[in-house]
Design a binder for this molecule. Structure first.
Ligand code: ZN
Length: 364
């Protein structure tokens, strides 16, 4: 199969064609120069690496009710918030089922990987591992040890089965807890991540020390804070829909201006479907609404490119012969490709080379 149109990948945005054999790219070039002389089926569309959802709490899919109005801390605050009550009251098998169904939905929208903050200690990690088996989504689990002060035995047992640790924030976790966890993660080659400046501003030195691999939110961070995060080279996952539900928004225009390594996530699965396409559109449109516009190209990178770099698999975001990428095709108009990706992409227009039969082109 040949796709003619636009390519959006680690090298940027360009017009061209991509020839596939099965799911793999075997040829890329300028339109009209392919080697097949018209013998191969061709379609029109945008070729991109599969998206990554860079921040989820899939365990939260046990609930899908409208969240009450009020401070976010009352709902997701550990350990007495509504979310933690629900998690502790829900039978294990139901939690695993809920997570499995969330992952199936993500898979239908071509999400290839997700970075999940999994609470509930070692059993929490095991629940998600179980749910993700055979899901087709590469689930990176950032677990959370239960004992405070940190029990080194518990921490090691946890890190043996997950990809790192995701903490609530530097407000809830003291310097010793953060230092112990970050040090152990570093030693074992695992990731250390935490939420920061979500409800209120936290001092930037606090969440940058010890240096995390990933921060989440930074809604209340000042321009100087963001500059410090950029200077430290720390990646930031933003979740604009989740923030908006509680009357907040990250200043994505400033993120872009400072060149922050931004990733996009859908946050608590009890609030929103884990749809990266809906997140992209909301991020873009809300930035225009607030007259702080962010570019579609920067947002597209946050969903399709930067997370692959963060995961240590940058070549999966390269559309080139011989690359390990398994790109998807979105049957959309190909002018302003990044704009199409952030405003018009849905699961209905996805073609997975090597798997799907391409239907008629969509011109919505
Ligand atoms: Zn979160």
């Amino acid at each position: 199969m040949i796709v003619e149109g636009a390519i959006v990948d680690r090298d940027g945005i360009r017009t061209g064609y991509v020839r596939f054999r099965g799911p793999r790219v075997i040829e890329v070039g300028a339109i009209g120069t392919d080697s097949t002389r018209g013998r191969v089926r061709r379609i029109h569309g945008i070729v991109v690496p599969p998206p990554v959802n860079s921040h989820t709490h899939l365990g939260d899919s046990v609930s899908s009710r409208e969240p009450p109005l009020g401070p976010v801390g009352d709902i997701v605050g550990s350990p007495t918030g509504l979310k933690f009550r629900l998690l502790s009251e829900t039978p294990r098998a139901r939690k695993v089922r809920a997570m499995r169904s969330a992952l199936a939905r993500m898979r239908r929208a071509a999400v290839a990987a997700t970075v999940d903050f999994r609470e509930e200690g070692l059993d929490g990690v095991r629940q998600l591992r179980e749910a993700s088996t055979g899901s087709g989504v590469d689930v990176r689990i950032l677990g959370r040890p239960l004992a405070r002060p940190v029990d080194p035995v518990e921490l090691d047992r946890l890190l043996k089965e997950c990809d790192g640790i995701g903490l609530s924030s530097s407000r809830e976790e003291g310097p010793e807890v953060r230092a112990t966890i970050a040090r152990r993660c570093r030693t074992l080659g695992k990731r250390y991540a935490l939420h920061a400046s979500e409800e209120v501003r936290e001092p930037v030195d606090r969440y940058l020390s010890p240096k995390p691999d990933l921060l989440v939110h930074l809604v209340k961070a000042t321009p100087d804070d963001l500059e410090a995060v950029g200077a430290a080279g720390v990646a930031v996952a933003v979740c604009p829909r989740s923030n908006a539900l509680f009357g907040r928004r990250p200043d994505l225009a400033r993120f872009e201006k400072l060149g922050l390594r931004m990733l996009l996530g859908t946050d608590n699965a009890m609030f929103h479907a884990p749809s990266i396409f809906r997140e992209l559109e909301f991020a873009y449109v809300s930035s225009r609404l607030m007259e702080r516009p962010v570019s579609p190209a920067y947002l597209a990178r946050a969903a399709f490119v930067t997370p692959w770099e963060w995961l240590g698999e940058p070549r999966k975001a390269e559309i080139a012969p011989g690359s390990p990428a398994t790109p998807i095709v979105l049957r959309l108009p190909t002018d302003d490709p990044a704009y199409q990706l952030v405003t018009r992409a849905t699961e209905h227009v996805i073609v997975r080379p090597g798997t799907d039969r391409p239907g008629p082109s969509s011109r919505p």
